[in-house]
Design a protein around this ligand. Sequence first.
Ligand SMILES: Cc1cc2nc3c(=O)[nH]c(=O)nc-3n(C[C@H](O)[C@H](O)[C@H](O)COP(=O)(O)OP(=O)(O)OC[C@H]3O[C@@H](n4cnc5c(N)ncnc54)[C@H](O)[C@@H]3O)c2cc1C
Length: 420
Amino acid sequence: MNALTRKGSPGPAGIARIGVLGGGIAGLTMAVALRNAGLDCVVFEQAPRVETAGLGLQITPNASRLLARLGVGEAVDAVATQPLSIDVHRWDDGHRLARTPLGEACVETFGAPYYTVHRADLQQLLLRVLPTDTVRLGRRCVAVRCASDSVTAVFADGAEATFDVLVGADGIGSVARRALADDVRRFSGQVAYRGLVPADALPEWQGEPRVRGWFGPAQHCVCYPVSGGRFISLTAMTPDATVSVSEDSPAAQWNAPAGPAEDGAAPAASLARAAAEAYDGWDPLVRKLLQSAAALSLWRLNDRDPLPRWSRSRLTLIGDAAHPMLPFRAQGANQAIEDAVVLTDCLRQADDVQTALCRYEELRLTRTTRIQLSSRESAEVFHLGDGDLQLERDRDMPERWALRNNEWLFGYRAESAALA
Ligand SMILES: Cc1cc2nc3c(=O)[nH]c(=O)nc-3n(C[C@H](O)[C@H](O)[C@H](O)COP(=O)(O)OP(=O)(O)OC[C@H]3O[C@@H](n4cnc5c(N)ncnc54)[C@H](O)[C@@H]3O)c2cc1C
């Protein structure tokens, strides 16, 4: 054992040393779940501090129930908003196409709330329940070596750490994934302008916390309250084939802000101009949101094809490292939370690591693959051009978006899956 690994007494499957690569939502949730199960781990995060990049997240009941089970439900409740509904509007005149009640209706239907939250708030509250030395910052993993009874992470400074189990939670550009697959990221052709709008820019929405979306030809826009309602998190997707970031650039490591040039974000004024042009002719409310955002950032939307396996020897993957997905179903972080809980339960129950990792894959692969693929399909449906298909979609929307028709997604109980 070297200086980077933590001493521990063997867990149920003879596991004494667990390493986690990446301190995003997946890695931090994994650490909290393991700790609750009496299993210690060390999280290695490449950034000098726990990253707060990214803005709003919709945390759906399939994951909010797990956060409560992990003991952070009240903390989430304190910083998150429970929107009253998801409202979808027509892109040009703002006419409302569908309203899906959330709030109490969601709790009654699925036994858990639907939240909107700032990513930084969620990460901070997960971090707070971990012992201070759990997350090691500034530790960039550059390679992973698998042996039959151990797995070794190699870091940028040449240090190595060997574990009984290593969990790759290092996002869409995962180094851990390279030990399993030689696939590449796919640029979807879509970029997202993202920003925070002070809530007082839209006084007409005060006391009306809702997820609001506008669907139009080739693009859509969504917004919802975060930070206790002080801000509105805004994401405006649009096609853009000109954004390119090379695989080796730091900005390519995950679905991160990416400027049109390789080495830096475009100036705020030019982003604001480009966003306004892209949304010319849209509902004045959308244009007002874009104009009122404190600073827009540009995000390139990538994904990868589903993998047939996530584990090799004693290495496994969770979150975006395992199944990056386009954000059209708002499930990437929710699925990462499900992964962390199921993997922990599998490790806790199995007699040996291989059995635990096989069981974890068995429980998770089909579900996450379905959601990855349906996220891609949603892009097509959201972005239909004006015409008959769009009209048909709009007519069906209230029914398709009804909570009862999303039981498979929101009603899923990952906490029971590993116990079945
Ligand atoms: C526009 C947009 C909107 C979204 N909206 C939602 C939503 O509403 N709901 C939802 O559930 N999901 C949403 N998502 C998806 C969600 O953001 C991701 O699925 C989620 O953040 C994945 O978490 P992760 O921890 O797996 O990966 P990441 O958040 O990418 O975290 C990976 C971590 O690993 C670190 N790391 C990377 N490489 C290394 C290395 N080599 N060594 C050490 N550390 C490393 C990174 O610094 C990072 O901290 C959205 C995504 C986008 C782009």
